[in-house]
Design a protein around this ligand. Structure first.
Ligand code: ADP
Ligand code: MG
Length: 497
């Protein structure tokens, strides 16, 4: 157990953090949740607004089947209960970017119930984060305050876009755990094709609920389900990067601990994270909390799903990250770490499998997760746009397997492949990089070295590890092309070891 590392030392003793997340994920679909208006990023202001989205009098919402399907697909991917009957409610509040005066959401009867997400942490430990529910709701529009010094503009392109709100149980206990959870959830959504996961565009964002308690209290909560064992929570709204999620949690936990240690109490409130300052600040307190006056939307009938339709969606699910990881480990003999890195992105796993056909899979995994990944990251490229193809990585590994080039030379060949100098075999040929395994050639070099350095040759007899110096000299003489195995063998024989 790494439990103790999660303790935060305060002035008056240790504290623990408790975290529950509400993720808003924009549903990948061409049209909005209740209108036929297009969904997309970068269109001109108010170019994607139907009369329904603008809430013109008398307009009626019509549910988008595709969005429902995506929510069901997501629920199935989270191993969650699919509710064959769910209902839509109106959540009433006033805001200039919400022309209806209410948001259509699901309150009492969400489309998806309890599920779970397995989250691998950096130290190799895996935690289970329980999902409480997933519901469908509309997004609001956007108020633009930076277009004019005297007025605020409203862009309704986003109004009515379908969101999935995915609510976790308070199962995360540290900032890295929360970030790892969001990362894993995002990976699953992208695999499922139900959300593009683009956090920069705000298509996936997190409301982070933070509380602190003394050691032991959380275990009591888990044993009884009684929330009164936990501290009062604050909710940090709309955090949209892994780094900000962690910074916000760390700041907020410290803030709460300081208040409690000074004898104060935590007000349940909604807070905002300011990335510039690295701080959270109050947005509204519980007293100012909205009374949303939820009630069933009279314009929408309950949503009833055909079990056969749900089954068909289930049958069409792709292989998800967890089973794929297990398969890569067993089928290719990869470590949990390598398999985990590969399945982090579907395209990366596909690339690996294409390159590994008939090749040394561990070698292929190394090239894909290390050298290629580093190059792609530095160039800001996705693996789909890799200038080096899976087939070329396979060819490179083949040259190593067959002893044509050493691993060291392979690095050079790889750099030339990246620079677009051609296929690996071509580069090896053109640059004369073929490994020297020809014992005659190597013997001549070694004989010359021993004759020219008698003192060194003598010292190796007492200190066998000094053989490294000779290996280095042979490599130097051959421009790194000597087969290290052959060199070692020949040196040992000639030096009488
Ligand atoms: P609301 O809809 O008012 O925000 P919910 O009961 O739906 O309230 O809870 C929202 C989130 O807060 C959930 O993710 C839940 O796990 C989390 N949460 C509840 N209590 C705590 C707590 N004491 N500490 C941290 N997170 C909490
Ligand atoms: Mg909330």
């Amino acid at each position: 157990m790494t439990e103790n590392t999660k303790l935060i030392q305060g002035r008056t003793g240790p504290w623990e953090v408790v975290l529950g997340l509400e993720i808003h994920a924009q549903v990948a679909s061409n049209a909005k949740l209740f209108s036929g208006a297009a969904v997309g990023f970068g269109a001109g202001p108010n170019a994607q607004v139907s009369l329904v989205d603008a809430a013109m009098p008398g307009m009626l919402p019509v549910i988008n089947r595709r969005c429902v399907e995506q929510a069901v697909r997501t629920g199935l991917g989270l191993k969650a209960q699919i509710n064959l009957k769910s209902t839509f409610d109106r959540k009433n509040y006033f805001y200039p970017d919400l022309p209806q005066g209410y948001q259509i959401s699901q309150f009492k009867e969400p489309i998806v119930g309890e599920g779970e997400v397995l989250v691998e942490l950096d130290d190799g430990e895996t935690i289970t984060v329980r999902i409480e529910r997933l519901h469908l709701e509309q997004d609001a529009g956007k108020s633009l305050h930076d277009q004019d010094p005297d007025s605020t503009y409203v862009d309704l392109n986003r109004a009515g876009t379908a969101l999935m709100e995915i609510v976790s149980r308070p199962d995360m206990r540290s900032a890295p755990e929360a970030a790892a959870y969001v990362k894993k959830l995002r990976t699953i959504l992208v695999y499922l094709g139900t959300c593009d996961g683009d956090m920069e565009k705000g298509n996936l964002r997190a409301d982070v609920n933070v509380s602190v308690c003394r050691p032991g209290a959380y275990e009591k909560f888990r044993a009884t389900g009684d929330f009164s064992h936990l501290g009062t929570r604050c909710e940090i709204k709309n955090v949209n990067s892994y780094r900000f999620i962690q910074q916000a949690i760390e700041y907020e936990a410290r803030r709460q601990i300081e208040i409690l240690e000074d004898g104060g109490k935590i007000d349940q409130e909604t807070r905002l994270f300011d990335p510039g300052k690295g701080e959270t600040r109050s947005m509204r307190s519980k007293e100012e909390a909205h009374d949303y006056r939820y009630f069933p939307d009279p314009d929408l009938l309950p949503l009833e799903l055909d079990p056969a339709w749900v089954k068909a969606i289930e049958d069409s699910l792709p292989e998800l990250p967890d089973p794929k990881k297990a398969r890569l480990q067993s089928q290719y003999g990869l470590s949990a770490y390598d398999a985990g890195v590969l399945v982090g992105e579907q395209a990366r796993a596909d690339f690996f499998e294409a390159a590994a056909k008939g090749r040394d899979a561990k070698l292929v995994a190394n090239w894909v997760t290390n050298d290629l990944a580093a190059r792609l990251t530095a160039a800001g490229l996705d693996i789909e746009n890799s200038p080096i193809s899976a087939g070329e990585i396979a060819d490179l590994v083949k040259l190593i397997e067959e002893g044509v080039i050493s691993s060291k030379i392979a690095k050079d060949v790889f750099e030339r492949m990246w620079a677009g100098e051609g296929a690996p075999a071509e580069i090896v040929e053109k640059q004369g990089l073929t490994q020297v395994s020809d014992t005659g050639e190597l013997e001549a070099i070694i004989d010359g070295l021993i004759a020219g350095n008698p003192a060194q040759a003598e010292s190796v007899k007492e200190k066998p590890q000094a053989i490294g110096w000779f290996v280095g000299q042979v490599m130097k003489a051959t421009g790194g092309k000597a087969n290290p195995g052959t060199v070692n063998q020949l040196l040992k024989a000639k030096l009488g070891l």
